[in-house]
Design a protein around this ligand. Structure first.
Ligand code: NAD
Ligand code: IPM
Ligand code: MN
Length: 352
């Protein structure tokens, strides 16, 4: 029997509402399958923990997490109590960086039973490969002076190593899919980093003659995500562009509440981390109506990561049947609660 040891960080807000039912789904899958089990160890690291201790995680937090097979995270952030850049850089971004989770993969597809806000959505199925360790997200820079002399500098960091790594991953992934890769650029307005991004893309492309490529500026590409998402297969994007594109990906599916993400460590030195695309949604926290699908779909991505793809596909099929039968939370036009959706998913998994 294969046992997976998972560190669980529900985090803040609806993270605390969507993580527990997703763990039940994983336990149910393990029972149905018979050949695997999960051991979950939960850590209460979030903004409340910060208010008590002055830190988002203990000094040895990374050491603790390092021993697990994967990290399963809800969402971090309670901006009313802790500034976002403090909470996110103290936990989520710290883990992504320290654990060299250099790639963030985020699928979006036409989802059975979901009412997309697009009037006539075609059957789309795309995946954004987001650079996850550098780019526009950097601590390099600073603020000086005050009043009219005040200034802030934020440096974007694009290394050849990081840029090549995300491109390679994306080309390989496109080769296993429909062999089309789109690069998200902005080399018309960003003077240094984006022309560099384009030249690395063009260099790497030479080694993949069988992959069809295109390159769009992020502004036009964002619009195409809305007007013709079916024209995309794999999209490779910098940290910030990938972040923005994937909320749009969630939105055109029907809700950001269903979009999943996987932060992948490629060198095997540290665990990878699985989380939904959405945040802690303070506006709906406490009502029991958060959509659990983003969190459950990322459980599917974790199964894929453990080479349990068949099981992962079964789970995704069950999710789609449940939405297809109209058992949906309010964000996607239903009246069901978080628990009703996840209970139904568990029930149907048991019937398989
Ligand atoms: P958000 O994703 O939390 O919410 C945006 C909108 O989507 C809200 O109206 C919310 O109600 C809705 N929504 C999100 N998830 C939903 C779900 N599962 N079901 C139903 N509706 C859902 O984004 P935000 O409001 O910009 O951020 C809130 C907090 O979360 C901030 O502190 C932010 O920094 C943080 N955040 C954290 C993560 C993360 O931990 N990975 C990601 C994004 C934002
Ligand atoms: C995401 C989030 C994070 C990001 C924030 C909370 C730092 O928006 O995972 O999409 O921008 O990476
Ligand atoms: Mn985001």
């Amino acid at each position: 029997m294969k046992k997976y040891e998972i560190a669980v960080l529900p985090g803040d807000g609806i993270g605390k509402e969507v993580v527990p039912p997703s763990l039940e789904v994983l336990h149910t899958i393990a029972d149905v399958h018979g050949g695997l089990s999960f051991e979950f160890t939960e850590f209460p690291w979030n903004c409340d923990y910060y208010l008590e201790t002055g830190k988002m995680m203990p000094e040895n937090g990374l050491e603790i997490l390092q021993g697990f097979d994967a990290i399963f995270l809800g969402a971090i952030g309670n901006p009313q109590l802790v500034p976002d850049h403090v909470s996110l850089w103290g936990l989520l971004l710290k883990i992504r960086r320290s654990f060299e989770q250099s790639i963030n993969i985020r699928p979006a597809k036409y989802f059975k039973g979901l009412r997309s806000p697009l009037a006539n959505p075609n059957d789309f199925d795309l995946i954004v490969v987001r650079e996850n360790s550098e780019g526009e997200y950097s601590e390099i820079g600073g603020r000086i002076h005050s009043n009219e002399n005040e200034m802030a500098i934020q440096n974007a960091i694009f290394t050849r190593r990081g840029t090549e790594a995300v491109m390679l991953y994306a080309f390989e992934l496109a080769g296993r899919r429909r062999a089309h890769l789109t690069s998200a650029t902005k080399s018309n307005g960003i003077f240094h980093t984006m022309p560099f991004w384009d030249s690395v893309f063009n260099e790497v492309k030479e080694d993949y003659p069988n992959i069809d490529t295109s390159s769009y500026h992020i502004d036009a590409l964002s619009a195409f995500f809305v007007t013709k998402p079916e024209s995309f297969d794999v999209i490779v994007a910098s940290n910030l562009f990938g972040d923005i594109l994937t909320d749009i990906g969630g939105a055109v599916m029907g809700s950001i509440g269903i979009a999943p993400a996987a932060n992948i460590n490629l060198n095997g030195k540290y665990p990878s981390m699985f989380e939904p695309v959405h945040g802690s949604a303070p506006d709906i926290y406490g009502k029991g109506i958060a959509n659990p699908i983003g969190q459950i779909w990322t459980a599917k991505m974790m199964l894929d990561h453990f080479n349990e793809e068949e099981l992962g596909q079964k789970l995704l099929n069950v999710i789609e049947h449940v939405t297809g039968d109209d058992i949906k939370t309010p964000d996607i036009g239903g009246t069901a609660t978080t628990k009703e959706v996840s209970d139904e998913i568990c029930k149907r998994l048991k019937e398989l």
